[in-house]
Write a protein that binds this ligand. Structure first.
Ligand SMILES: [Zn+2]
Ligand SMILES: [Zn+2]
Length: 348
């Protein structure tokens, strides 16, 4: 496709604007993709609200959106295995493929990686079309749609966290935070055969969804203490604790919720870069801490898990907005956090 397209661009804190740009044409090794669905992510909300997230600060106009599902609309030179009309899920960060981390297979740690919707890297996909390296595009099977394709990105975060910490059959887990990433972590734990999954959040709607996708029991931290409950578990805590809220209070709780030799995995990304942990308790428990950075080598597995019915990823979507209402999708998600579990933008 050639011509003009609409793009929704963040031009400053809480300033989203519509602009018209040329539809990008695929270069060598690239696909042009017509977007069908883009998930609205917590990181989009942070860039919009605060103009920053973790160590990134907005430094110029940036299109948001990094959870894309769409259809191939043009195939660049030298690309094999794709044709116009194929449904695809896009892995949004493109690594250099040549540095030490890339060669080791840890390509998510590539220093030269170019991620969608990250300041100084690449524009996001709140646009009608995008071009992307074909090696980071994955064809969807017939029984999956492009909404599920868009949701592979957050699902891969949950899968990576549970793979790194090696959650196993029969273990107990506590998940702090039951937003999109918490729910994707719960579904990944369930798929790995973890038998008891306890979940804390402060929003009932999210906790109801947690129960629906596999939580054993949920705790609204406004009314009930997960710390008190954890003491009643065999061994006085859980085998695995996942921080999925990116929050100061829940991060401090993590080390107090594991049993001896338990594992803490920090999944959530906080708008504040520096947070506290209870190191004395961690030491007394001889616990292990895992940090996770996005995902790697997971798209085919995540697609297979959704296609086979093992992971009901689309059930986390609570709201859909038309692309023309993209600005409202972001503002509504921010202003109705108790109601919106996961929003997705749909293209006509
Ligand atoms: Zn995301
Ligand atoms: Zn690299």
């Amino acid at each position: 496709m050639e011509g003009k397209m609409k793009v929704c661009v963040l031009t400053g804190k809480q300033k989203l604007e519509w602009v018209e740009r040329d539809i990008p044409q695929p270069g060598k090794g690239e696909l042009q993709i017509k977007l069908e669905y883009v998930g609205v992510c917590g990181s989009d909300l942070h860039f919009y609200q605060e103009g920053q997230l973790a160590n990134w600060t907005l430094d110029g106009p940036l299109a948001l959106g990094h959870e894309p599902g769409g259809v191939v609309s043009a195939v660049g030179e030298g690309v094999e295995g794709f044709k116009v009309g194929d449904k695809v899920s896009i892995e949004p960060a493109v690594p250099c493929g040549e540095c030490e981390d890339c060669r080791k297979g840890n390509y998510n740690l590539c220093k030269n990686i170019r991620m969608l919707a990250i300041p100084g890297e690449r524009d996001g996909v709140n646009a009608e079309y995008c071009v992307h390296d074909a090696s980071m595009c994955y064809k969807l099977p017939d029984n999956m749609d492009t909404l599920e394709g868009a949701l592979i990105e957050p699902l891969a975060v949950g899968m990576h966290a549970t793979e790194l910490s090696n959650a196993k059959v029969g273990e107990t887990a506590i998940v702090l935070g039951s937003g999109c990433i918490g729910l994707c972590t719960i579904m990944s734990l369930k798929a790995r055969g973890v038998s008891e999954i306890y979940v804390a959040d402060v929003m009932d709607k999210r906790l109801e969804k947690a129960l629906e996708v596999g939580a054993t029991r949920v705790f609204n931290s406004k009314r009930e203490s997960i710390e008190e409950f954890a003491k009643t578990l065999p061994g006085g805590g859980a085998d695995q604790v996942y921080e999925c809220a990116g929050n100061r209070i829940t991060t401090l709780q993590t080390c107090r919720l594991i049993k001896r030799a338990g594992k803490v995995t920090l999944v959530g990304v906080s708008p504040e870069p520096v947070l506290e942990l209870d190191i004395a308790t961690l030491n007394a428990m001889e616990g292990t801490i895992y940090s996770v950075y996005r995902y790697r080598n997971l798209w085919p597995k995540a697609i297979a898990a959704v296609s086979s019915g093992l992971i009901p990823v689309r059930s986390i979507v609570s709201h859909e907005f038309d692309f023309k209402d993209c600005i409202e999708a972001i503002e509504y998600s921010l202003n109705h956090k108790d109601e919106v579990i996961k929003a997705a933008v749909k293209f006509q």
